[in-house]
Design a protein around this ligand. Structure first.
Ligand SMILES: Cc1ncc(COP(=O)(O)O)c(C=O)c1O
Length: 398
């Protein structure tokens, strides 16, 4: 594997343009070995920059990795019998990964989603052979997410032997990212600061765990959206998807984070559009949010600090949102770049944040058991009950 690598500038291992493994007999061998791209920090006012791991280069996106791994492990553990059905509530990235894994391993895949799924994604998932089961009305109490969960439960009951991966709480959704971390250690000699978006918590936990073995001083910066409960803020309707949640996924490794940043939609839009205009690189909400924070880290930390950001997906599905002027105007997302520095909180529950804000105190807002802890809108995060994701924005995380 390493014989096609050579050392280029900056002490960084580089793939020659024609050298990486590019011949595959099955599509799963196209998953992984994603490239890293140097991103000059987005204000353009300094010489600093960071490395972005481009997970859009997977056949689907970052969740091709857990899609394959979750199914493989379930088959090995006997949770999923040969040919058994896979049923999950998702509306995007994990759906793509599960469709890929189902095709390879021979399992029918049903993805329960709702009317909010973009036509683009629905058509892709159908083309990949998944059954897209659309919930057409929200649960009166728990909104769209609860309606989807109810539908998953109903389908699981109707199909004995069917299996649900449960990306929020299944630890295999963390282990699935070990390969990504090993790739980074080959591509970059070291990583000092890792910037990850957080939805289920899977990739931040999985990648940092492996990188810390070589670099115990690694700093992990978590990136969430405003209005998300994960790090202790109140649950609010959210525009940004992929990152953020209204529940407390067990896969979030709170102790691993040195700090958390909440980013607002106009700030992420600004970053996405800067990336497109300056780097020929498009991505979604989480890419924009992570780019805001990684840019800040690059220009703030000492110059020899190697900052690495994980970019989970590409921009195609966001042409009608982030890259649509009409949509952005309607939601007041244009021409509102992030401030040079984040606002600061001393404690995540000190006050509700509405713009880019950071906090170096990271707490688990719902100590275990938190799998099914509900965060009703406007309440503090200590209520118990069935987990309900944000009713207004049912497909985050994906
Ligand atoms: C596009 C996108 N970005 C970021 C995330 C967050 O990743 P994780 O669930 O590993 O925390 C997700 C999760 O669904 C996603 O789909």
């Amino acid at each position: 594997m390493t014989n096609y690598l050579h050392h280029a500038g900056h002490g960084v291992a580089d793939h020659p343009a024609t050298g990486a493994a590019s011949t595959a007999k099955t599509p799963q061998h196209l998953v992984g070995n994603t490239p890293v791209l140097w991103i000059p920090e987005l204000t353009g006012e300094t010489e600093a920059g960071f490395w972005a791991k481009l997970e859009s280069r997977n056949p689907g996106g970052i969740k091709d990795r857990p899609g394959l791994y979750l199914l493989d492990q379930a088959r090995k553990k006997g949770d999923l019998a040969p040919g058994g059905a896979v049923i999950e509530s998702t509306s995007g990235t994990l759906g793509l990964g599960l469709a890929l894994a189902g095709m390879l391993y021979g399992h029918p895949v049903t993805l329960v989603t709702d009317v909010g799924m973009e036509a683009h994604m629905r058509r892709l998932l159908t083309a990949y052979g998944a059954t897209v089961d659309i919930v057409d009305r929200p649960d009166p109490k728990g909104g769209w997410q609860q309606a989807r969960r109810n539908r998953v439960a109903q389908l699981l009951e109707e199909q004995p032997g069917a299996w649900c991966p449960d990306q929020y709480h299944n630890p295999d959704n963390v282990s699935a990212y070990e390969g990504l971390a090993h790739e980074l250690t080959i591509q970059l000699d070291r990583v000092d600061v890792l910037v990850c978006s957080v939805g289920t918590g899977g990739h931040s936990a999985g990648v940092s765990r492996v990188l810390r073995e070589a670099n115990p001083g690694l700093q992990l910066l978590g990136v969430d959206t405003i209005g998300s409960t994960i790090f202790g803020q109140p649950d609010r309707p959210r525009l940004m998807r992929g990152l953020g949640s209204s529940i407390y996924p067990r896969n979030v490794d709170y102790q691993a984070f040195s700090q958390v940043h909440w980013v607002a939609p106009p700030e992420a839009v600004w970053a996405c559009r800067r990336l497109a205009a300056t780097r020929y690189l498009t991505g979604g909400w989480s890419v924009g949010a992570v780019a805001v924070v990684a840019s800040w880290a690059a220009r703030t930390y000492p110059p020899d600090t190697r900052v690495v950001a994980i970019f989970p997906d590409g921009g195609a599905r966001y042409v009608d949102t982030i890259f649509n002027d009409g949509y952005c105007r309607q939601h007041h997302l244009l021409d509102r770049p992030p401030a040079p520095q984040p606002d600061r909180l001393d404690h995540p529950q000190e006050r509700e944040v509405t713009r880019w804000t950071s906090c170096t105190t990271v707490i688990d807002p719902a100590p275990r058991p938190r799998a099914d802890v509900e965060a009703p809108s406007g309440s503090g995060p200590h209520h118990t009950g069935r987990g309900v994701e944000n009713a207004s924005h049912p497909d985050s995380p994906r």
